[in-house]
Write a protein that binds this ligand. Structure first.
Ligand code: PMT
Length: 404
């Protein structure tokens, strides 16, 4: 496992040393490349000691010691010898250069010559992170299929509190390992995922919704795309970025989600319904804002279309996975939904527990299958749970096919 670690010039460069160690501890052979600015924050010797390799510090300062011909083409050699390029901290400047193909030092030149997977771990001041230029550059890089470990929120070196702090080196190392060990076992599949809440208008300024953040569905879409599937993600309103390599269809209401799912149903081979769809809506929405009075106000709500049940009726030989968000009798309720909606699998989560279900970064689920089998997945990040659900989907499909 040969990894290039590109270190950009930001205060978080010192955390890249921990990342180099975390990667080496996981068995990776790490070649560090530092920009000139990075060397103002940390000495190359630190990385050399941690990786056991000479650090590349510039276009004409070779890691091999030969400062003539070999250093002139060294970026090509390094590009060919490594399967993953991790850039941490990825500064706003580096993101801009990568996005626009500017190659004016070793790291940016290596980036252009590199054909393997790229993992970016940005870190910068909150305003720089939120600047439209940075947002647009990152979008270009995501569209190119690069993986991104988003910065965390917290106190920054500049004194601000907000998003921009480099993600934990262990988190970045885990993401790097996932890319290195990536299975491509969903190639040829088209996976349709729903995520997030729906918003049901009550008047032009008010709506009914729920606490779904979209994290579970987005994690599933990201994991499926990383495993080679074509992924269509139908999402209610969330604050999440489009996962790499995924077609995103944005919707607001349950009716819009229904229409988007039905429109994208034909080519789908696997459908995963992680969205928290409103069960009721106001059938006739007033044109004007409802005025406040002293009188009690009742809402007369109608059921929304049950998308899962409709897909269950039309699914043919597609594999259908529903979710069940329950506060009691998790297994019984999940089994009831499995049968009543004609699903092949229901992912049950007991959302009354902390760290499970709505808006948490972790989940803990039970999978009930049409074969009668049941699998419990203990607490883990939603991204890890997503991969485990996909593992079980692949096994279930094999079991269903061999039973035919
Ligand atoms: O988004 P996060 O913050 O990460 O939270 C994740 C989650 C808790 C939303 C997710 O893990 C989850 O449990 N999603 C399903 C939530 C839900 O609405 O469950 P339900 O038991 O009410 O619905 C059962 C199934 O029917 C779901 O697959 C749902 O998408 C589907 N449904 C529900 C109503 C409706 N009108 N149409 C549907 O298709």
């Amino acid at each position: 496992m040969n990894v290039v670690l590109g270190v950009g010039g930001g205060i978080a460069a010192y955390k890249a040393a921990e990342l180099a160690r975390a990667l080496a501890q996981r068995g990776a052979s790490v070649q560090v490349v530092m920009t000139a600015a990075a060397q103002e924050f940390v000495k190359p010797l630190t990385f050399a000691a941690l990786t056991g390799k000479k650090v590349i510090t510039g276009m004409f300062s070779s890691a091999t010691g030969d400062e003539t011909l070999s250093s002139a083409v060294e970026h090509i050699g390094v590009a060919e010898a490594n399967s993953l390029l991790v850039v941490a901290p990825a500064t706003a400047n580096l993101l801009a250069k990568f996005a626009h193909g500017i190659a004016d030092d070793f790291l940016t030149t290596l980036y252009l010559a590199f054909t393997g997977r790229v993992l970016l771990a940005p870190a910068m001041n909150t305003h720089m992170w939120q600047h439209p230029a940075t947002v647009a550059n990152l979008e270009i890089l995501r569209m190119r299929g690069h993986a991104v470990v988003e910065p965390e929120e917290g106190p920054l070196a500049c004194g601000m509190i907000g998003p921009g702090r480099l993600a934990d080196p262990e988190t970045i190392a885990e993401a790097a390992m996932r890319l290195l060990n990536q299975r491509k076992d969903l190639e040829g599949e088209t996976v349709l995922v729903t995520a997030g809440p729906t918003q049901e208008p009550l008047d032009p300024v008010r709506y009914i919704s729920n606490r779904s953040s979209g994290k579970m569905g987005y994690a599933l879409a990201e994991a499926a795309a990383a495993r080679g599937a074509n992924v269509v993600l139908v999402s209610g309103p969330t604050h999440l970025a489009r996962p790499n390599g995924v077609k995103l269809v944005k919707v607001t209401t349950a009716v819009e989600m229904h229409d988007a799912v039905i429109e994208n149903l034909d080519p789908a081979t696997i459908i995963i319904k992680a969205a928290a769809v409103a069960d009721y809506h106001l059938a006739r929405i007033p044109d004007q804002k409802v005025k406040k009075t002293a009188a009690r106000l009742s809402l007369d709500l109608d059921p929304t279309p049950d998308i899962l049940a409709e897909v269950g009726r039309r699914k043919g030989d597609r594999l259908l996975v529903g979710f069940a968000a329950e506060t009691e009798r998790l297994v019984e309720e999940s089994r009831r939904k499995l049968k009543s909606k004609n699903c092949d699998m229901v992912v049950g989560n007991l959302v009354s527990q902390d760290g499970v279900g709505f808006d948490s970064d972790t989940n803990e689920v039970v999978l009930v299958m049409s074969t009668g089998e049941m699998v419990e997945l203990p607490r883990a990040s939603k991204r890890e749970i997503a991969d485990q659900i996909l593992d079980e989907i692949i096994k279930l499909r094999l079991a269903l096919h061999s039973a035919q």
